[in-house]
Write a protein that binds this ligand. Sequence first.
Ligand code: ZN
Length: 134
Amino acid sequence: MSRKRFPCGHLGKGKYCHACRAAEIAAEKAAESKATDKKKKALSEAASRLRAMGVTGYEGKPAGVVSRAADLAAGVLDGRMFGELRARRLVDKRHVVAIPVGRNHRLLCIDAGDAILPKELLTHEAYNGRIYQY
Ligand SMILES: [Zn+2]
């Protein structure tokens, strides 16, 4: 099979230009790794915000959840708790307050009397088991 000239100007064999395809793949990979870096940066920023607020349990959680939890925890500390954040007190433990973080996670908070403090980010399942420790 002889080499031909593709519309892009490259010489090559086959149905499409392998030089252009390779460049496309490289560009896609570069964009992907840039997006991954951005996500990692956002995740570590949200994690350190939570750490600074004394919240545990963010390790290994999805970036979106950690980031949302950091915003919610900041809202809790700002006193924007009930109504706006859909916070709920436990029926049998009124000092335990839970805020939904997406569908599968909860931000567990403790009512310390003069303030409500965000404590722990949990999956919904872990939350159901953990609340009895508080
Ligand atoms: Zn080409």
